[in-house]
Design a protein around this ligand. Sequence first.
Ligand SMILES: Nc1ncnc2c1ncn2[C@@H]1O[C@H](COP(=O)(O)OP(=O)(O)O)[C@@H](O)[C@H]1O
Ligand SMILES: [Mg+2]
Length: 311
Amino acid sequence: MEPGTAGGADGRPAAAAPAGGTFSSAAAVTLALRGVDYLPDTAIASTVFLAERLSKPVLVEGPAGTGKTELAKSVARATGARLIRLQCYEGLDEAKALYEWNYRKQLLRLQAAHGADADGTDEWGRLKDDLFGEPFLLARPLLEAIRADGPVVLLIDEVDRLDIETEALLLEVLSDYQVSIPELGTVTATRIPRVFLTSNNSRDLSEALKRRCLYLHLDYPTPEREREIVLTRVPGMSEHLASQVAQVAQTLRALDLKKRPSVSESLDWARPLLVRGPEDIDPALLNKTMNLLLKHNSDTAIEKKERSPPI
Ligand SMILES: Nc1ncnc2c1ncn2[C@@H]1O[C@H](COP(=O)(O)OP(=O)(O)O)[C@@H](O)[C@H]1O
Ligand SMILES: [Mg+2]
């Protein structure tokens, strides 16, 4: 059995131990995340801190491109933990989320055994144990996170894309941090991984899943924070230009657009500005580069109509 596999006398596995704290305070979270170029606001920092204290998963919800996935990645980087990512999509099932048996390898083993059988040197009982043993198991992200030896950040990305049945499976795993494999036994986490679930809010998640998690809403940043994000993520950017980028993004988000520009789009826009090196963003430049910020023709038309004189 694996190191993380444990069974009690009553057949129930022992409970997993909490992850153990790395952060002494929310301020320490801020410092650590800034150290890896992620700029949290106070809500982010205190939720990450609390989640660790309570050993609870964090459900991060909000519009696309606001730093949800990046938050989990940055926590992993800041704490030296291994990042294990489960990218959710419609149709993702237990075999891809938890584990499956490597049928191909099992078949090869069977064929090899068939040859051996001819000389009477093999038998089915031994073979069966062998076929459903560790070497034939394909661990998928949830199982991998549970049986990992070292510190782990489990990122369950875009959980709102999952089918209800897989969401229920997820809930089960996040309740006990254990996975039962009939042929092998129950695998229990020796330490609870830090878990981040992200959602773009395309559908409502179950109340049960929400209850299990701490909730963090990530919205577009304030212009001050966005300015700082731009300065951090686009080295060489002047403070003046970064302020303008943040201001333009803020102005666009106030319009009634089909898709508001996200932080990633501000950054995509800021980078070529840096190469051109203009002092100010003028209307001609804005026209030429607007396709980096707005991705729908109707939105570009709205922006042109509503543009106020200063830029
Ligand atoms: N607070 C932040 N600090 C630093 N960079 C950020 C922050 N928020 C967003 N970003 C940037 O925006 C990009 C998009 O974020 P991402 O996590 O992919 O968005 P989401 O998962 O919410 O769709 C990141 O790669 C990162 O460069
Ligand atoms: Mg994401």
